[in-house]
Design a protein around this ligand. Structure first.
Ligand code: C2E
Ligand code: MG
Ligand code: MG
Length: 960
């Protein structure tokens, strides 16, 4: 300001004006002496004046030649006046001004007789350019020019300097950021830079020279005007901030009074103002936050004296704001601490967290977590402490720690095994129970994967999948312990998953169920194993075969072999149960030994076994397996010192050709086995589709048997029995027939087993008995000759508790004398239950009837053992008799046999006599009776009656 005002101050330039015209010197003439003298005096004076003048005074003729020039020429132009006399003045002129001066010169001659203060440039003797202010008068009369020239070089230089500095100032004022204007005391604008002009929307050129209020009418309403007026009137600068409406800007204004008036500077501070406003807003916000913060906030100075605290801090500590500001942090710290560490740490660190005990105004204390940070404001260091009361949190932590500890104690002490894994199955925690159970140390288990611990787990592979299971209760899992043993455990577990279903952790508790599992296994073994042979039983077979079929790849071939020992019952009964058991065990060992471990050998019960084997070569493999089995069984067995030859009938069914379900395979193998059995045993048969025709027939028989008696489909045929010696008919055997509506006449060999199986045998047997007895009884009246009737009794009937009563009842009803009834019991049904049979037979015998052993010679029974039963008749099976026909030794054998029977008081009947040779043979052997097609075929009742009638005529005797 000072500088500027200085620059504008006009320099005071002493300017001396010439007062009046320069007197001219004229040549003296012959005048009055006094006058002359006066004139001379005047001329001298003038001459002195001229000579003393600092200005050049010269006389120039009409041609521009210098006629006279004063001594100032020496000083100003550097030439002696004498040197200049006669010179043309133009020679001294600056070339640039010659033209101008020539024009002025010419102008003088044509009327403008005088020129004043013409600024011209001249060349000094030393070559320097000087400025001369010329005043010239032309005298037309004398035709001379009177010239005065004043040296104004200094003045011009000062002027030029001034202009230069003015220009510089302008440039400066335009380029500074400030707006600037200056006014004089009359409020006329003497200067304004562009910025200032722009504020009133004008240009500096237009503003300068006009009244300030005229240029800026808005000033009328601005407080700035008062400031200007005050500065002007007091002569003291005014500094103020003002809002300038027209541009909506804030200015920092400074008005400096000067000699010339007032200089005003503005600086646009709008951005600062805005920033300040924002800052203030922030500060207010911060203040709000500060006060409303959930935590107590305390601000201290570097000496830990409290300088501010928020509402929470006041509430928490129980002090008023004012009270707190009187305190230092030491006053609120219950546990004294040195702040040096904290302070030094804060020099480098942003924040520091410390814990401590704080004291309230009332003396009570609380645990706090204090976050301290350091900040600087106006070069002062402060600390801000966020104090959080952690009493509740610590209490909660303590409680959670306690409950965690309790949980830990439980986990440690529980007999249940505990495992914790991360979301990948990596074990992170275990309890001692699991260590004990698994045999691993804790360290060995941690880090191990669950899959390495669990030998079997239903969760395997799925537990840690995304969106896998979340919990399991009572899941059976097997742990492989360190020793490699399986430990069965009951697993209760849960898997924690995140929102996206990814496993986070797995917690599992396991209780050892190995003992239970072992019991279960034993039970299962009992359920799935045959106790006698330890082979799998039917249940196991069912399950395994099912599994096997399910997993069999296409094209695979599996054979199911049904094995039934031939005549096992006889062994069992003749040698005793223990021997039978030994035989079964031995057989099972042999079967097992010739088969591969992967093959299944099961015992269905009794003398029935099943083998299931993979057959890579199909039927060829199965056939060789069958032969292998037959081979191993054909080797003699040593049972209690006795050599026994076992044999078996084997039926083979192939999967999938013969059946694609286990039921079908069992059925077809069973059918094939019966075929083998039917072929005489010790044979192996593959199932053939036509076999199932037989099986189907059996099924159809089963289905149609119910109600067949009521439908009168059964019929009793009779076959005569002839006394060999007399050849007279002594009786007949009742043989049952079934007139099946679809199948025609069905053999008892086919339907009796079905009736036995389906439980119809008692009813059927009773019916036959009734028919036979009733008929025989009626024949007694018809023929004088007493005929005895033989009725076949099945093993089942014999076992029936009602059987004896049933027989007694039938006898009574029919009125047939018991002595005329003979019951035929097969050898095999007798030996099924020797004791039981003996009892029943004795009871029957007590009824007064006769008992016969049917089919003798087909089993293992010996005569000696038949002595236990109250038997009257021995019926030799057809096969027995036929066998014996082979040679003389056979005859001897039969003869000896019949003799022995006779010795035991048994009557011997030979069955199936088809030829006279056989008849003769048996007669020779002293057999008592015969029966066979050679005598007569079995015939229906009417035919038989007729047959008897025809015989009666012939005296009941038929002789050959
Ligand atoms: P079985 O008691 O040994 O009866 C003798 C069988 O030999 C009868 O067969 C008979 O027809 C047959 N037969 C008689 N003479 C000859 C002969 O010269 N040559 C040949 N090849 N066979 C001859 P059938 O009637 O088919 O009876 C078969 C078996 O059915 C009987 O054998 C018997 O065990 C049983 N059976 C028959 N009827 C009954 C019955 O009412 N109840 C019971 N439980 N079983 C019966
Ligand atoms: Mg019979
Ligand atoms: Mg027989």
């Amino acid at each position: 300001m000072l500088l500027v005002s200085y620059l504008f101050r006009s320099p005071s330039m002493p300017l001396h004006s010439m007062a009046g015209p320069v007197p001219c010197t004229t040549s003296p003439t012959s005048h009055h002496n006094e006058v002359v003298e006066q004139l001379s005096q005047l001329a001298d004076e003038s001459k002195a004046l001229v000579e003393n003048s600092l200005d050049i005074i010269a006389l120039v003729d009409e041609f521009g030649n210098i006629l006279r020039i004063n001594s100032a020429a020496q000083e100003v132009l550097g030439y002696a006046p004498s040197d200049l006399m006669g010179m043309k003045y133009s020679a001294l002129l600056h070339p640039n001004d010659r033209e101008t001066v020539a024009e002025v010169d010419a102008g003088l001659r044509v009327g403008a007789d005088i020129v004043r203060e013409l600024e011209t440039r001249w060349i000094r003797a030393d070559g320097e350019t000087i400025f001369l202010s010329l005043s010239v008068r032309w005298s037309e009369q004398k035709r001379v020019m009177y010239v005065t020239a004043r040296d104004i070089t200094e003045k011009i230089k000062v002027q030029q300097e001034l202009q230069k500095s003015k220009d510089q100032l302008n440039v400066m004022l335009e380029s500074v950021g400030d707006a600037f204007f200056a006014v004089d005391y009359q409020w006329t604008v003497t200067y304004a830079n562009r910025k200032a002009a722009a504020l009133v929307n004008t240009m500096p050129e237009e503003a300068i020279g006009r009244n300030l209020l005229e240029v800026a009418p808005s000033l009328q309403h601005s407080p700035a005007l008062a400031n200007y007026q005050r500065a002007m009137s007091t002569g003291k600068p005014e500094f103020f901030e003002v809002f300038w409406e027209p541009t909506s800007s804030w200015f920092d204004a400074r008005a400096y009074p000067s000699e010339d008036g007032l200089s005003v500077y503005f600086y646009d501070i709008t951005p600062w103002r805005e920033a300040e406003k924002a800052l203030r807003k922030n500060e207010q916000r911060f203040k709000g936050l500060f006060d409303q913060a959930g935590d107590a906030i305390i601000i201290t100075d570097v000496h830990t004296k409290i300088v501010d605290a928020n509402r929470r801090a006041c509430e928490g500590l129980g002090y008023s704001h004012e009270e707190l500001l009187q305190l230092s942090t030491v006053d609120i710290d219950a546990d004294f601490r040195s702040y040096n560490d904290v302070v030094s740490t804060l020099q480098t660190d942003q924040t520091q967290l410390i814990r401590g005990l704080k004291r309230r105004k009332d003396g009570s204390t609380f645990s706090a977590e204090v976050q301290i940070s350091r900040f600087e404001e106006d070069e002062n260091v402060f600390f801000q402490a966020i104090v959080r009361d952690v009493t509740e949190r610590e209490e909660a932590q303590r409680r959670s720690q306690e409950s965690e500890q309790r949980l830990r104690d439980i986990i440690e002490m529980t007999p249940a095994s505990y495992v914790l894994s991360d979301g990948t199955g990596q074990i992170t925690d275990v309890n001692p129970a699991l260590c004990t159970a698994s045999g691993y140390a804790r360290d060995e288990l941690i880090g191990r994967h669950l899959a390495q611990l669990f030998a079997f787990c239903p969760w395997h592979g799925v537990a840690f999948e995304r969106n896998g299971p979340v919990s399991a209760h009572g899941m059976e899992v097997v742990i492989k312990n360190k020793a490699g043993d399986d430990i069965h455990v009951l697993f209760n577990g849960s898997i924690k998953r995140d929102a996206e279903g990814y496993a986070q952790s797995l917690t599992g508790f396991m209780t050892d169920i190995t003992a239970r599992k072992q019991v279960e296994q034993r039970l299962e073994k009992l359920a799935t194993r045959d106790t006698l042979t330890d082979l799998p039983n039917r249940a196991f077979l069912d399950e395994r075969l099912q599994q096997l079929l399910e997993v069999s790849p296409p094209g695979a071939s599996v054979a199911v072999l049904f094995i039934d020992l031939d005549r096992f019952k006889e062994v069992n009964d003749s040698l005793g149960h223990n021997a039978g058991d030994v035989l079964i065990r031995e057989v099972s060992c042999r079967l097992r030994n010739v088969l591969r471990p992967s093959d299944i050998v099961a015992r269905l019960g009794g003398d029935e076994f099943v083998v299931v084997a993979h057959c890579s070569q199909g039927r060829a493999s199965a056939a060789s397996i069958g032969q292998k089995l037959l081979g191993t069984l054909s080797k003699p067995l040593d049972i209690g010192g006795q050599e026994i030859f076992a044999s078996a009938s084997i039926g083979i069914s192939m999967f999938p050709q013969d059946g694609n379900t286990k039921e079908l395979l069992f059925q077809t193998a069973d059918i094939a086995m019966y075929q083998a059995k039917g072929a005489g045993g010790s044979a192996c048969r593959f199932f053939e589709p036509q076999m199932s025709v037989v099986a189907k027939k059996k099924m159809s028989l089963e289905l149609s048997m119910r109600g067949a008696i009521e439908r009168k489909e059964f019929e009793v045929y009779f076959q005569p029995r002839v006394h060999l010696a007399s050849m007279s008919v002594v009786g007949m055997e009742a043989l049952l027939r079934w007139n099946h509506p679809e199948l025609g006449l069905v053999s008892p060999a086919e339907f009796i087993p079905v009736a036995e199986e389906r439980g119809h045998i008692n009813e059927l047997g009773r019916w036959v008995l009734q028919e036979a007895c009733a008929y025989t009884s009626s024949m007694r009246e018809k023929f004088a000759y007493p005929l005895c009737v033989s009725v076949n009794v099945s093993a089942r009937q014999l076992r029936s508790s009602e059987f004896v009563d049933q027989v007694a009842d039938v006898l009574e009803r029919s009125g047939l004398p018991p002595s005329l009834l003979e019951l035929e019991i097969t050898e095999s049904s007798l030996i099924e239950d020797i004791e039981g049979s003996a009892t029943v037979l004795r009871e029957l015998k007590n009824l007064g009837l006769k008992l016969a052993v049917d089919d003798f010679g087909t089993g293992y029974s010996s005569l000696a053992y038949l002595r236990r039963f109250p038997i009257d008749v021995l019926k030799l099976d057809r096969s027995f008799v036929m066998q014996s026909q082979d040679g003389m030794t056979s005859f001897d054998f039969i003869k000896a046999f019949v003799d022995m029977a006779h010795a035991l008081k048994l009557s011997v009947v030979a069955e199936g006599i088809e030829t006279s040779d056989a008849l003769d043979f048996l007669r020779s052997a002293a057999c008592n009776e015969v029966q066979g097609y050679f005598i007569a075929r079995p015939m229906p009742l009417a035919a038989f009656t007729e047959y008897l009638s025809s015989l009666e005529g012939a005296g009941c005797v038929r002789k050959n």
